[in-house]
Design a protein. Structure first.
Length: 171
């Protein structure tokens, strides 16, 4: 934990500040802590742009059913985990190919992308819309993705959506 975020304890020294009072001392301590810059964890514009580009490549790889667009963003031991299964990096293209044997007209609406202050974790919220080929049924799946990054590569991509009522559960 960063030193500025650790709990602080006021000892007997508080008793020496009777003129200020405990509330006054607390206000002074809080103001002092608030004024201390914590620049070590600030994201640069370049970090934000780099992750936005990574997220866009992931999206494009699915829209075009071509994992080679996004494969370079993944760590060699990266994994995709979703209600539909657990895939290693080397298995993702096969899963894409199989998926698009059953579904078409994929449209994704990106709602938000959040990058942690240290650039090691991210969240993506998007709506996934697709049509099942065999009967034309349409699916709409709100999806939240948690991404763990290691050396700016995807270590894990964990998707959270309701698979129970989805047409994707029954291609």
């Amino acid at each position: 934990m960063h030193a500025a975020l650790q709990p602080r304890y006021v000892s007997a020294g508080t008793e020496r500040c009777k003129g200020v009072g405990r509330k006054g001392l607390l206000v002074v301590v809080l103001l002092a802590a608030w004024m201390v810059p914590v620049t070590g964890y600030a994201q640069s514009a370049a970090q934000k742009a780099a992750f936005q580009a990574l997220a866009e490549r992931q999206l494009q790889s699915w829209l075009k059913a071509d994992f080679s667009i996004a494969a370079g963003d993944w760590a060699p031991d990266g994994e995709l985990i979703s209600p539909g299964g657990h895939l290693k990096k080397g298995e993702i293209q096969g899963a894409m190919t199989d998926y698009f044997k059953h579904f078409k007209d994929l449209k994704v609406v990106v709602k938000r992308v959040i990058l942690s202050s240290d650039g090691k974790e991210a969240a993506i919220e998007w709506d996934w819309n697709v049509v099942r080929i065999r009967d034309g049924a349409q699916a709409h799946s709100p999806d939240c993705i948690i991404v763990d990054l290691e050396n700016n590569k995807i270590k894990s991509w964990r998707e959270y959506f309701d698979f129970g009522g989805s047409i994707e559960a029954n291609p």
